[in-house]
Design a protein around this ligand. Structure first.
Ligand code: TXA
Ligand code: MG
Length: 344
């Protein structure tokens, strides 16, 4: 398939909107990451997203709308919490999970009776949805399992030839995907951390927010012995159930955590050891406390290192994290398949 490479000019957005109307696939920028969009109410179109991404078809998608009031199309009931969240955070990088109306195909929600909805804070995204005249289902526009795309070039690398069009806009401002907040029960629960934090949401709702159990369990660390040289075999996940890779670069990846100066020293040491073995080693080490910047750069750093052809990526865990830092660490640990070494 020949993929149309479009700009964010209105004429091009109209072409893209027409493709969506006809059941086609268009990648487009949002403030978080690039999305791979189709008419959310057209089950056949949505099915082709799964195909283009190589994604399991039971994975539910986020439905993007251009006006907050359009949520009424998708969900039967607006609780006070839903209204407060929308008023405080839309348009923006916060997705809410709510009960779905029958009009939303089960293909879009992975068979669930709930639907994830957000209004993105991005002019080209909002224009696209408006002109298409339908809500747009869009997962991140990467091949399933690989790092989320935050730049037009990343989308072209993964999706050129597989979808109808790519709107090539600016780099994404946020850099990690939206916070996903489940509002289907009395206790609002964060299913995926993002740049809008539990504290932000608690301040708006005036009540406690929980993290989903899978998030806390997934962060249980796997310890490797830092005294060992790190060869290829040390990079195999050692805990059953942790094999699943998400956001994974092509290179092997190890996260080094601990006190900042020790982390830096250990990364240097491991880099030296592995370079002696003839491996090409890339390093990701963010400024202390610069969590917003880390979020902005994390996925693009992974992709740049892959493009340079490194064999191994050594990443320094963020320390003293706030909510945003937690969201970055969630991605970093998944990318590394939970390969972590702790320096003491
Ligand atoms: O920032 C973002 O959210 C980007 C941009 C393109 O908007 N989209 C994105 O989509 O990251 P995706 O498909 O990669 O992630 C969707 C997340 C998954 O963690 C999925 O499990 C969750 O939302 N999700 C979607 N529908 C859900 C539902 N009904 N119940 C629970 N979780 C749901
Ligand atoms: Mg994704």
């Amino acid at each position: 398939m020949k993929t149309k490479l479009l700009t964010t000019d209105t004429n091009d957005i109209l072409i893209a909107a027409d493709i969506i109307k006809k059941g086609g696939l268009v990648a487009f920028p949002t403030e978080t990451v690039y999305g791979l969009g189709a008419d959310a109410l057209n089950a056949k179109a949505v099915a082709s997203i799964y195909k283009a991404k190589g994604r399991p078809s039971d994975n539910p998608m986020i439905v993007h709308i251009a006006r907050a009031s359009d949520i009424g199309q998708l969900t039967p009931r607006l609780s006070p919490d839903i209204v407060t969240i929308i008023e405080n955070f839309w348009p923006g990088p916060l997705t809410i999970v709510v009960k779905k109306k029958p009009i939303v195909p089960s293909k879009t929600t992975g068979g669930l009776d709930t639907v994830a909805i957000r209004m993105p804070d991005s002019k080209p995204a909002l224009e696209l949805i408006n002109h298409a005249g339908c809500p747009i289902a869009a997962p991140s526009a990467n091949i399933s399992g690989s790092p989320s795309p935050t730049r037009a070039v990343d989308v072209v690398a993964d999706m050129n030839g597989k979808i109808d069009a790519i709107i090539q806009g600016d780099d994404c401002r946020v850099g990690i995907e939206s916070t996903v907040l489940d509002l289907t029960s009395d206790v609002p629960t964060i299913l995926r951390p993002g740049i809008i934090t539990a504290e932000n949401i608690e301040a708006a709702l005036g009540k406690k927010v929980e993290y989903d159990k899978s998030l806390t369990e997934a962060s249980k660390h796997i310890q490797l012995d830092p005294a060992d040289g790190v060869g290829e075999s040390d990079f195999q996940p050692k805990s059953p159930g942790m094999k699943y890779k998400h956001y994974a670069p092509k290179a092997q990846m190890l996260v080094v955590e601990g006190q900042r100066d020790k982390v830096q020293a250990e990364i240097e040491r491991l880099k030296g050891l592995n370079e002696q073995l003839g491996l090409k080693v890339g390093v990701i080490l963010f400024e202390e406390k610069a969590f917003i910047e880390a979020a902005h750069n994390f996925f693009s750093n992974l992709r740049d290192l892959d493009n340079e052809g490194v064999d191994m990526i050594l990443a320094g865990a963020l320390s003293d994290v706030d909510g945003v830092g937690l969201a970055v660490m969630n991605r970093m640990l998944k990318s590394a398949g939970y390969n972590i070494v702790t320096v003491k």
